[in-house]
Design a binder for this molecule. Structure first.
Ligand code: NAD
Ligand code: ZN
Ligand code: ZN
Length: 348
């Protein structure tokens, strides 16, 4: 079968022939219906120094995947061949406290995980291929009616990651509050919809690209702001002069974190999700009193069930650009150039 693989660090991926996988005991092979292309893949392919991550090359890209059960390994119960499923992408040991809570991205016994701090498409073979080997049935969530694998694929990361970040700020997003979303790409365009569907907050979207700001307004943001020296003041004004109760930074550069800190309300949240490598100096008078600053990585399996429910009910609709496997490497170049609206999904 064909697979889009990372064969060397600091390089573009290559479309190559690899053997079709077959499941061992407890494992499942999924026929891929859709594999989302995440900006994290660009960081990982082009920016990360060799040795930064403890992963062996090559591996197949694609860490947001959905499809149909193709083959069940010995001992797997509760799934049927042909059933549509989403793949929860972070694969931990399965038995530490965090894994048992469903947060396998925060596994505390990595020595027993199939890969160090990764999963399919992140150190092990992902979904940019006709089939993907999933090492345990617990990583597969049956798709609710009304959701196709192509729609479900981006929900497993571009949907789940902002959902987890927003969910932990729910107590601060009561009516009268303001939420800011910085970066209206794959994650951010879903963050706007998640805020709309799950909170009554006023939503302010920030992006350098005018078309991304227009998309945010179309998807339910109340205001769209261009970054720049006036942006923090503009956001504070829109937030009744008080500042934003929660800022979600889906870029993670020096300037976006500085904007987030300057726009946040006292006792607000600033959550850094983007991996652009920026830093934010934190000091007593440098950030508003009692602002909580956190990073978040992906989300939990129970949360993914909630995200799939939002998707199946039409409350969360990813904007999808479909490409074939043969065009995927080129499509990553378009993603890097900021030419993709919403999420690009590879359909093998
Ligand atoms: P994307 O390329 O689809 O979207 C990024 C958006 O940010 C684009 O619309 C771009 O115009 C905008 N942008 C870039 N620089 C900006 C700036 N200075 N100010 C305002 N807007 C700016 O990317 P994506 O796939 O949505 O991923 C976003 C980030 O989140 C990436 O860094 C990715 O690696 C990271 N990520 C993190 C996690 C996690 O678990 N923490 C999960 C997935 C992705
Ligand atoms: Zn990702
Ligand atoms: Zn674990």
């Amino acid at each position: 079968m064909r697979a889009l693989r990372l064969t060397a660090w600091k390089s573009d991926p290559e479309l190559v022939e690899v053997p079709e996988p077959h499941p061992g005991p407890g494992q499942v092979v999924v026929r891929i219906g859709g594999a989302g292309a995440c900006h994290s893949d660009l960081h990982l392919m082009h920016e990360f120094e060799p040795g930064l991550l403890p992963w062996d090359l090559p591996f197949t890209l694609g860490h947001e995947n959905a499809g149909w059960v193709a083959e069940l390994g010995d001992g797997v119960r509760g799934l049927e061949v042909g059933q549509p499923v989403a793949v929860a992408g972070a694969w931990g040991c399965g038995s530490c406290a965090r894994c048992l809570q469903g947060f396998e991205g925060y596994c505390e016994n990595l020595a027993a995980a199939p890969v160090m701090a990764g999963g399919g498409g992140l150190g092990l073979d992902g979904g940019m291929a006709e089939y993907q080997l999933v090492p345990a049935a617990r990583h597969l969530l049956p798709l609710p009616d009304g959701l196709t694998p192509v729609e479900a694929a981006p929900l497993t990361d571009a949907g789940l990651t902002p959902y987890h970040a927003i969910r932990r700020s729910w107590p601060k997003l009561a009516p009268g509050s303001t939420a800011v979303v910085i970066g209206i790409g794959g994650l951010g365009h879903l963050a706007v919809q998640i805020l709309r569907a799950t909170t009554a907050a006023r939503i302010v979207a920030v992006d350098t690209r005018e078309d991304a700001r227009a998309l945010a307004l179309e998807l339910g943001a109340d205001h769209a702001v261009a970054p720049g020296p006036q942006a923090a003041l503009e956001i504070r004004d829109l937030a009744s002069g008080r500042g934003a109760d929660a800022v979600f930074d889906f870029v993670g550069a020096d300037e976006t974190m500085a904007l987030g800190a300057a726009a946040a309300r006292m006792m607000g949240d600033l959550t850094i999700v983007g991996l652009a490598g920026g830093t934010l100096p934190v000091s007593f008078f440098g950030v508003p009193y009692e602002v909580s600053i956190q990073t978040t990585y992906w989300g939990g399996r129970p949360e993914l069930m909630e995200v799939l429910d939002l998707g199946a009910r039409g409350l969360l609709r990813p904007k999808i650009t479909r490409v074939g496997l043969e065009d995927a490497a080129d499509a990553y170049r378009r993603l890097a150039a900021g030419e993709i609206e919403g999420r690009m999904v590879v359909v093998p």
